[in-house]
Design a protein around this ligand. Structure first.
Ligand code: PRX
Length: 635
């Protein structure tokens, strides 16, 4: 098993070793896994191209490490607990042996349906065990999974299927989320009608049992393809640098990009960080409330915990259904020891009152985690007092889809906590702050742009089908550095506090949304001439979406217009990208070269127009006053 650090002294020692001799450090971690062939060389890297390779020449299968190697020691231990949306339904659990068999059966079914090593399989599913089983089955046979969050629209799904040329889509009939019943299969059909020519087969898992249309020769039921499949499936021999999965994420410009993670490094890093950040001990029950549609679910519901031989919970529902006590009820029911969620959920539950956690026995909780966005002080303290009862350290974990695993985080019980700080880098991680010119700020106490100087095993390798884009977005801003897109502050002890994105990405309820994507969607409305989208502070979501829209004439009914804009955005992207506020404007502040001055738009949206400062360099300074006026009446 990978190293588990047990004291702050040890952390300091290990950290020092890991940056002085990174290859030696990571080789020692990698050696604790099962390899079909050992690597020849630990690392080759070049941030210019970029070209990053870990455990070169090594052969492995991640599922052999998630499943097979635990069978002897933990075959009967629960690997996965599934808690359904409806609390009156029984939960399900799978031992390591059972999960192994289910994964092998579905892996064989994939093979019988023409899926081979290297083929891409898209998953568009709710949080049901079959999603975890499905992606592990892909990994078992060397197929590449691309999970698309089931809240995305048919359009967004189609774009992602086409970008990765997926050969198969795996979905459910319906998705029950809270009181809603979402017709998942129907959305898949709509997506596939948009020219997804690569898709040969659709496998449909019967979740609610509601009626669906099945297309002949294309659509098959999950339970049918499993019939007669063997419970054994030889794991495919994968190269360390073969692709494990693609996961789409939003950036400042253009369409979402497919972040590529590879087998060897991702395995080593997610297991190592899982064990250390959550201080997971044998027998603990760990729960991460994320959705597998996002990186948190990939790394810290499925891969990290299973690699570490943990018991991991998967939750189908939402925090407020059937009531705002649901999370705490689940914690009590399964005696959860590590609980990992997003600040937006904490704020939403905090707003419902202290009585909800008060009804439940939360004494099993040892570690609390936060991820996805900066956690504000009020939420941090509520989480600490009402959930952790002041005795469970909070790990504010900072990382990204591109980083594959947690890069900066406190180690619970080992560090003295500093509220709202992600604190210290994990072993092997070399963060730095740079100024706008890319010059490293050496002074300890400083604020700047967060970059990483040295590769780590689970870092992004490329953006699928477009390597140049990967180079441009992450490696071209500053020479020889990976640029995160985040701003951060560092205190005198070297602890980091993440401030937020410095690019045109908004973090809404912990979900990354590109402003350009939302603008493109809004512009689809027939009456819209131009739009500009910015983030603004939002009590629950962290950031909300604020859209400035120029229309082709007066808007007769503004409420109807808002509904129409929301409908268009929901159709193009999904409901998560709906603007919270819309301001109809006559013009947008532009520089003489025609660039929208977003700084001004952000200030107006935040109600901080008094801080705008000099606008004389604008092409049209007169619009600023009308923007300020209009903000008060924004829809
Ligand atoms: O801005 C940072 C924010 O989320 C971004 C990454 O989003 P995504 O790729 O969707 O991954 C989210 C889950 C890992 C980052 O660039 N972010 C993530 N964690 C934190 C955070 N901001 C502040 N504090 C965090 N702990």
């Amino acid at each position: 098993m990978t190293l588990q650090i047990e004291s702050f002294q040890e952390y300091k020692k290990v950290y020092k070793e890991s940056v002085e001799k990174p290859e030696k450090f990571w080789a020692a971690q990698a050696r604790t896994f099962t390899w079909m062939k050992k690597w020849d060389k630990v690392l080759e890297w070049n941030f210019k191209k970029p070209d990053i390779k870990w455990f070169i020449g090594g052969k492995l299968n991640i599922t052999e490490n998630c499943l097979d190697r635990h069978l002897k020691s933990r075959g009967k231990q629960t690997a996965l607990i599934w808690e359904p949306n409806d609390p009156s339904r029984p939960y399900q659990s799978y031992t390591y042996q059972e999960l192994y068999e289910e994964v092998c059966r579905f892996a064989n079914a994939l093979k019988s349906n023409g899926i081979k090593k290297g083929d891409r399989v898209c998953f568009y599913m709710p949080m049901v065990p079959e999603l975890a089983i499905g992606i592990l089955a892909c990994a078992r046979i060397g197929a590449i999974h691309s999970v698309v969050f089931a809240g995305f629209s048919a359009n967004a799904l189609a774009d992602r299927i086409k970008d990765a040329s997926c050969k198969m889509v795996v979905c459910s009939d319906y998705n029950s989320r809270g009181a809603k019943n979402i017709p998942v299969k129907e959305i898949v059909d709509e997506a596939l009608n948009q020219g997804c020519k690569s898709v040969e087969t659709v496998i449909v898992h019967k979740n609610t049992g509601g009626a669906v249309k099945m297309k002949k020769n294309r659509d098959k039921w999950w339970h049918d393809v499993l019939k007669g499949q063997k419970k054994e499936c030889k794991p495919a021999k994968m190269d360390s640098e073969d692709i494990l999965f693609i996961l789409y994420t939003s950036g400042s410009t253009g369409t979402p990009k497919g972040v590529v993670h590879t087998c060897g490094g991702y395995m080593v890093y997610t297991c190592f960080t899982f064990k250390n950040v959550f201080q997971y001990k044998k027998g603990d029950v760990y729960w991460c409330t994320a959705d597998i549609g996002w990186i948190t679910g990939h790394s810290y519901i499925v891969y990290g915990p299973l690699l570490a031989g943990a018991t991991t919970i998967m939750f189908e529902g939402v925090p407020t259904y059937p009531d705002p006590g649901r999370f705490w009820h689940v914690c009590e029911k399964h005696r959860v020891n590590q609980f990992y969620t997003a600040p937006t959920a904490i704020r939403a539950l905090m707003a419902q009152g202290d009585q909800w956690p008060g009804h439940y026995d939360l004494s099993s909780i040892k570690v609390l985690g936060s991820v996805g966005e900066p956690i504000n002080s009020e939420a941090w303290h509520w989480y600490d007092e009402k959930i952790g009862k002041g005795k469970s350290p909070i790990v504010d974990t900072w990382w990204q889809t591109e980083t594959g695993g947690i890069l900066i985080s406190p180690l619970p019980g080992l560090h003295k906590l500093k509220p709202c700080y992600a604190q210290l880098p994990m072993p092997g991680i070399q963060p730095c702050l740079v100024d706008a010119e890319g010059k490293e700020i050496k002074k300890k106490e400083a604020e700047g742009l967060l970059c990483i100087k040295f590769p780590w095993p689970s870092m992004i390798r490329t953006t699928y089908g477009d390597h140049e884009r990967c180079r441009q977005v992450y490696f071209s801003t500053f020479e020889n550095l990976y640029f995160t897109g985040d701003g951060a502050r560092r205190d005198k002890d070297g602890h980091y506090r993440i401030i937020g994105r410095v690019d045109d990405v908004i973090n809404v309820s912990g979900h990354r949304i590109g402003t350009a994507e939302v603008e493109n969607a809004i512009n689809e409305h027939a009456q819209v001439i131009e739009s500009a989208v910015v983030g603004f502070p939002h009590d629950i979501k962290g950031q909300g979406i604020y859209a400035y829209i120029i229309t082709d004439g007066p808007v007769a009914d503004k409420e109807v217009f808002k509904k129409e804009v929301n409908a268009v955005v929901t159709e193009v992207i999904g409901p998560i990208a709906k603007p919270d506020r819309i301001q109809i404007v006559a013009g947008l502040p532009k520089t003489r070269s025609g660039k929208i001055m977003r700084r001004i738009l952000r200030k107006v949206a935040a109600g901080e127009a008094d801080q705008i400062g000099d606008v004389s360099t604008l092409l049209n300074p007169e619009v600023v006053d009308s923007l300020k006026e209009g903000q008060k009446e924004a829809l």
